[in-house]
Design a protein around this ligand. Structure first.
Ligand code: HPA
Ligand code: ZN
Length: 379
């Protein structure tokens, strides 16, 4: 095991008289105990942080733009702006006080991603951070909807930058990445159609485009207007996800299920609807839970109100995710640590959450089985 070393005892020398023999024996005994304790500490794999890090796991709810840190934003700004942002100006863009403010911050950050090289840089930095956390596979949302709506520019050239980073991540870090094209629901179905149709058009050439989703503000637009578009995307071979029940009640989750969403982002409000809880448990619909996100946007007021543990205990298919780590000052490792420290998940529970993330991924069955085997045998 890496990091192990032998604990050596000092040599025992035979003493000249009985009193010093007793002292020597006592010291040897004491050293023995100390050594045994040290050996235990060194060899016993109880360190929960390293256990979390060593868990092979998938991140299933992560927005590329939300991984851009203030430091990277400074670099991006230096590339393009006539008066570039300094670090404190960049950090100021990450400030918000509620969910609407968060969406504006997300937009401000996305506006600094302008060229294929920018997208490549963001995606490569994201991949490096994921690999450091023991993430072996990520399904990453990219806000194609924001690019189209606010910038009116072609997405494919930008996508090629992301692809360069993805291929590099696979060969250099052993990390696989799938892309999910995300539309902004409150821009309406016509804008979403551009996003989903672009995903369908590009997918045959770039099979890393695995699915589509809708983010944005559910309070302004529910799931129903996207019903036909979801059917069309499914027919094009795309997998269907949706942010649901993040800022609205259980009706938002019913809506997403009704239009065929296979995996749900947040699903925070299901806890208020026992019938829905029953359906989610019975159908084992994967939930992309994002605790830090919910607390920081104010969608969930206090940790003790978060339904994560109750979902898990009710047998729901729960996965942990970081959503927009640079905006929520978290990462996937930290989400597992929160589960452990705040929600009393044991090491075996954490292993189950990691297994769920692999099972709920859109990876082919053989790769899922291979990772699940590694997960099972991890000590
Ligand atoms: N919810 C809604 N819109 C978003 C999110 C989210 O978690 N992240 C980025 N855009
Ligand atoms: Zn999200």
């Amino acid at each position: 095991m890496p990091g192990l070393y032998r604990v050596r005892s000092p040599r025992f020398r035979f003493p000249a008289d009985i009193a010093s023999l007793r002292t020597e024996l006592f010291n040897a005994f004491r050293r023995g105990i100390v050594c045994a304790i040290l050996r235990h500490l060194v060899t016993c794999p109880v360190d929960p942080v390293s256990f979390i890090r060593r868990l092979p796991k998938a991140e299933l709810h992560l927005h590329l733009e939300g991984t851009v840190t203030p430091e990277t934003l400074v670099e991006l700004s230096a590339r393009h702006d006539s008066s570039p942002l300094d670090l404190s100006q960049a950090a100021a863009l990450f400030q918000y006080t509620d969910f609407s403010g968060f969406l504006l911050a997300f937009k401000a950050i996305t506006e600094h991603l302008r060229t294929p090289d920018d997208y490549e840089l963001a995606a490569w930095r994201m991949a490096q951070r994921l690999a450091r956390q023991g993430v072996v596979h990520a399904e990453v949302y990219v806000s194609v909807g924001v690019v189209y709506y606010w910038r009116r520019c072609e997405f494919e050239p930008l996508f090629l930058g992301m692809e360069r980073a993805r291929l590099r991540a696979e060969s250099e870090l052993g990390l696989t990445i799938y892309w999910i094209f995300d539309a902004v629901r409150h821009f309406g179905p016509e804008e979403a159609a551009r996003v989903f149709r672009k995903a369908a058009e590009l997918r045959p050439r770039y099979p890393s485009i695995i699915g589509i989703g809708i983010g944005g503000d559910e309070r302004r637009t529910g799931a129903e207007p996207f019903r036909d578009l979801y059917a069309e995307a499914r027919a094009a071979g795309l997998r269907l996800t949706a942010h649901a029940g993040e800022t609205v009640g259980p009706e938002g989750i019913w809506g997403a299920l009704n239009i065929g969403a296979e995996r749900l982002g947040h699903a925070l409000s299901a806890i208020h609807d026992p019938e829905l809880m029953g359906i989610l448990a019975e159908r084992q619909i994967p939930l992309e839970i994002c605790v830090s996100s919910n607390l920081r946007t104010g969608c969930c007021p206090r940790p003790e109100d978060h339904p994560l543990r109750r979902y898990f205990d009710a047998g729901l298919m729960v996965t942990l995710n970081s959503d927009d780590p640079a905006l929520f000052l978290s990462d996937l490792d930290n989400e597992y640590r929160i589960a452990q420290d705040t929600f009393a998940f044991t090491q075996e529970h954490l292993r189950e959450l990691a297994s769920n993330s692999i099972e709920a991924s859109f990876l082919p069955a053989e790769r899922r089985v291979e990772i699940l085997r590694r997960l099972e045998s991890l000590e």
